[in-house]
Design a protein around this ligand. Sequence first.
Ligand code: ATP
Ligand code: MG
Length: 338
Amino acid sequence: APRVLSGIQPTADSFHLGNYLGALRQWVSLQDTHETFYCVVDLHAITVEHDPELLRRRTRVSAAQLIAMGVDPGRATLFVQSHVPEHAELAWVLGCLTGFGEASRMTQFKDKSSKQGTSATSVGLFTYPVLQAADILLYTPEPGTAVLRVPVGEDQRQHLELTRTLAQRFNHRFGETFVAPEAHIPEGAAKITDLQEPDAKMSKSASSPQGIIDVLEEPGPMRKKIMRAVTDTGSEVVYDEEKKAGVTNLLRIYSALDGTPVPDLEAKYAGSGYGQFKKDLAEVVLGTFTPIRERTAALLDDPAELDRILEKGAERAGAVAARTMETVRERVGFVGRG
Ligand code: ATP
Ligand code: MG
């Protein structure tokens, strides 16, 4: 089966609805058709200032949420990035193949560093895309035999392009080693916007608490937030991205979670106003997230078992990564350790 590699940063106490509909739900369905590697990228999470205890907790909470959502550690290789030291090792090698100017053109770095100022910006944030390239290329299939697909949102396209460039450059200099990965735009992935600012994307770092639907949110606050979501002038529940961005976002969420096509929802709520629509939407969201919240809590109740699952994942990922690194060391010209 073709391989898939994807990662998510443990940078919040909960994933949100945008992460779920835009990425994580596809992680689950890709398990049926692909050999999947899913990784909680804690090395990436320290490229900005962080709190050590918070990072440790969020890494476990992230892994627990992924399992609770349906990532099956029996089928998928689920692991923590720092457990496989080859990620950092390959990043060093690839960093030596990356031009300074080339790295300077990465727009995510420009955005994040301009918000922080140069003295607060770390070299790690600058080389973030190189580490991401290493994350991906470590799981390269045998050249010529298969493809490596990487589910990415629009924001990560430039980094994937750099990964392809580095794979080709390495191959050109040192011999055919890496298969250039392909972007995988998941079917049915929806872009979800902020509940309070329907023109901006729902985001862990940029959205206000009122704008985000967290997967682990309690039912009471969840219902309130959805009832208070910004809607538009008029009272009809109709899909119109330009004139009714708020209602349109809610319709998209409802349809994506419940499977009812948008026109059927418009017909169902014709004449009943926003209130009933939002009430029902809250129940649909809770129907999806309540079991995930409960399973996450149960998994976190037994951290030793969770750590064992992650250890097994790291063993499987580590075996693949070690093989790739062995080839890389040999090709680059390092003396073998005997
Ligand atoms: P941050 O604000 O820290 O960048 P984020 O909310 O963008 O956090 P990420 O961890 O960067 O979340 O993204 C994880 C995955 O979720 C990525 O594949 C990304 O494309 C997807 N994603 C993030 N936000 C949304 C959204 N609003 N709608 C759909 N997909 C999203
Ligand atoms: Mg993001």
